[in-house]
Design a protein around this ligand. Structure first.
Ligand SMILES: [Zn+2]
Ligand SMILES: [Zn+2]
Length: 264
């Protein structure tokens, strides 16, 4: 029996755009048959509630509040809750899986990583990096930045994208790179759960720790994606109206054209 996991979730304690507390998600996910959820609040350079002027250890303590609230309630109700985070660069976002609070405590430099430093450090520590909704276009996004050499996977299906052609394009991009794909809700409030508009991944093995998810991504062992029907259907016409930058492994703009890049 496959196990279902949410891979992209925000809490109001830690994400400024989050509207529901960590604990409030637990019952809904249980009712929908999820085995667990991964909390991915907005990190230091993202839309985070925690003051950047705090000493690092206090920043980390407060950053973990939404996760800890969800985990404690998860323990009460029997839903597994795992810690991760989402970091933002220009308008590009990355889900960082595999590193915990203890690791963060010892690594204040994580607040100021470049994409390249992030990829190296996260992998050295046994984690992985997944680019979130790489083709999202929305009023607050001014450009699309792709860093194909600095990720382990691509979030193909994101329930927070209002246009599913963004997801079709993300799937096409991941296939071009030969990278594993994930699906996640990017959920910010429990109303999305009540509407059943939630995504996730199916794994054949139950996760004991977040390292199991990292292994599933690196081993290309995600059994299936939970998403709405036709979500990544590439027959939809994807239009990209924003400037696109495709970076090399040193984060230099390669100047490549997206459509040429995606060509077989
Ligand atoms: Zn958000
Ligand atoms: Zn997010």
């Amino acid at each position: 029996m496959p196990y279902l996991y949410e891979t992209h979730l925000h809490t109001s304690q830690t994400s400024a755009c989050g509207e529901s507390r960590g604990r409030e998600y637990i019952r809904g996910y249980k009712q929908l048959g999820y085995t667990g959820i991964i909390v991915t609040d907005h990190f230091y350079k993202g839309n985070c509630t925690v003051s950047r002027s705090l000493p690092w250890r206090e920043f980390v303590n407060q950053f973990c509040r939404g996760f800890e609230d969800a985990r404690n309630e998860g323990e009460r109700q029997g839903l597994d809750v795992f810690f991760s985070w989402e970091e933002t660069f220009d308008d590009d976002d990355y889900l960082i899986y595999g590193l915990g609070k203890d690791w963060l405590m010892e690594h204040p430099e994580a607040a100021h990583w470049s994409r390249k430093e992030q990829y190296r450090a996260v992998r050295e520590a046994g984690g992985c990096v997944v680019q979130a909704h790489p083709f999202r276009q929305h009023y607050y996004i001014h450009s699309i930045t792709l860093s194909p050499a600095l990720v382990d996977g691509v979030e193909a299906a994101n329930a927070g994208n209002h246009d599913q052609s963004f997801d079709a394009l993300a799937l096409r991009y991941a296939k071009k790179l030969g990278l594993p794909v994930t699906a996640g809700s990017d959920i910010h409030e429990t109303g999305q759960l009540a509407a059943g508009d939630v995504f996730g991944v199916y794994l054949n093995k139950k996760m004991k720790t977040i390292a199991d998810y990292v292994a599933a991504i690196k081993g290309n062992a995600i059994a299936d994606l939970k998403m709405s029907p036709g979500r990544c259907d590439s027959r939809g016409s994807a239009t990209v109206s924003l400037p696109v930058k495709i970076l090399d492994a040193d984060e230099r703009d390669t100047g490549q054209d997206l459509w040429n890049f995606l060509k077989d």
